[in-house]
Design a protein around this ligand. Structure first.
Ligand SMILES: O=C(O)C(=O)C[C@]1(C(=O)O)C=C[C@@H](O)C=C1
Length: 372
């Protein structure tokens, strides 16, 4: 048996060599992303990754290490991709992208009659193919598999705040925001034909639908039940045919699933609106893009957030929004999601972002797009 001390010494020597190679590899990854940004290429290159895995796993002589080698290479390329996403485009090499409109498929969560579909219908034209999914996460997965060209999900509601899962997903999947559609949202109490408001004892809706109408539900002593989606809840209630069970959903859902509107506009705040984001795999900057979304993490230091905010102030940039979310991998640390008014074609903006990046642990541009 080898001595532990000797083993660890050997590991230390190997790690030293590996770290030098790691640094070299990451520097090349940086050169690759500079090229990709100038040529409108996606960071994730599935064919190349498959090739890297195939070439290198076959070099491993011990058969029992093949699956570990594959895992090692995959993790290494994930690290390389996450590093690549932190680089900012160069205003001179960044060319405007024409929004893709022909022959595209867009994924949304829910069934026809959902608010996501309404946002999709408002943003995209009639020819756009629509693909529906059960969960928000499925839309992100579908884009990852190239099943769709874009996804559309809600990010924030004016009365209930952020839709946290989607904030986390847009960051974790490494996708880009290419557009935003704001939609005014009216929630209605729906019931089966002939039912009355007084009959309703329970309702089904998406958690957001229930939150947005909490005052009405409390007032009428109606018990809320969470469902995948407002329109799916309407569809479900329609199948139950029970006069005591209602749904909270749109007027389109009432029509589609043959339900009556028992009480309209029951949302807590009358001008209830939801912001939907359209996301894709590439950074697409259109000519009139005026909103830049960034996400960053900060070192645990006094005044770390202040330093970033000061740069925004010094460059006289209008900050449209700031949101913080816990970093799952390190408790009590947060990432910040900030919207700034401006364009990535503006040299001063890139300078400001570079300065901000110098004060963060990680920073990535999520997109530069038009708010509609
Ligand atoms: O070859 C590239 O395009 C790279 O960006 C490098 C790299 C890698 O780390 O090997 C990273 C991301 C791609 O998905 C494929 C490979």
């Amino acid at each position: 048996m080898k001595d532990l001390k000797q083993c660890r010494q050997e590991i230390d020597e190997i790690d030293e060599q590996m770290m030098a190679l790691f640094e070299r590899r990451m520097k090349v990854a940086k050169d690759v992303v500079t090229y990709k940004m100038a040529h409108h290429m996606e960071i994730f290159q599935s064919e190349r990754e498959a090739q890297v895995i195939q070439n290198n796993v076959s070099r491993i002589q011990s058969e029992d290490l093949h699956s570990y080698a594959k895992l090692f290479l995959t993790s290494m390329m994930n690290i390389s991709k996450s590093y690549q996403t932190t680089f900012l485009p160069h205003p001179q090499t960044l060319t405007y992208a024409l929004p893709k409109v022909n022959n595209i498929t867009v994924g949304f969560q829910g069934v026809p009659g959902s608010f996501s579909q309404k946002a999709l219908d408002t943003y995209f034209d009639k020819q756009t193919q629509r693909q529906q999914y059960t969960h928000f996460k499925d839309v992100f997965e579908a884009l990852k598999r190239d099943e769709i060209d874009y996804g559309i999900v809600p990010l924030e509601n004016s009365s209930t705040g952020a839709i946290n899962d989607n904030y986390d997903a847009i960051r974790d999947y490494g996708f880009y925001i290419v557009g935003e559609q704001s939609l005014s949202v009216s929630q209605h109490l729906l019931g089966i034909k002939g039912a009355k408001l007084e009959d309703i004892q329970e309702v089904y809706s998406h958690p957001q639908g229930l939150l947005q109408t909490s005052l009405f539900l409390e007032k009428h002593h109606i018990q809320p039940h969470e469902y995948e989606n407002t329109a799916m809840a309407a569809k479900y209630v329609s199948t139950l045919q029970n006069p005591h069970i209602g749904a909270i959903a749109s007027s389109q859902a009432a029509q589609l699933y043959d339900l009556d509107i028992l009480q309209d506009n029951i949302q807590n705040i009358q001008n209830n609106a939801t912001r939907f984001i359209i996301f894709g795999k590439q950074l697409e900057v259109v000519e009139d893009a005026s909103c830049i979304s960034i996400v960053f993490t900060l070192p645990h230091q006094v005044g770390a957030l202040y330093q970033v905010m000061k740069i925004i102030y010094d460059y006289a940039i209008n900050m449209l929004r700031i949101e913080s979310r816990p970093l799952l991998e390190t408790p009590w640390e947060y990432y910040f999601y900030v919207d700034l008014e401006g364009s990535l074609k503006d040299v001063a903006m890139i300078q400001a972002l570079e300065d901000m990046k110098a004060h963060t642990k990680t920073m990535r541009v999520l997109g530069n797009y038009v708010k509609k």
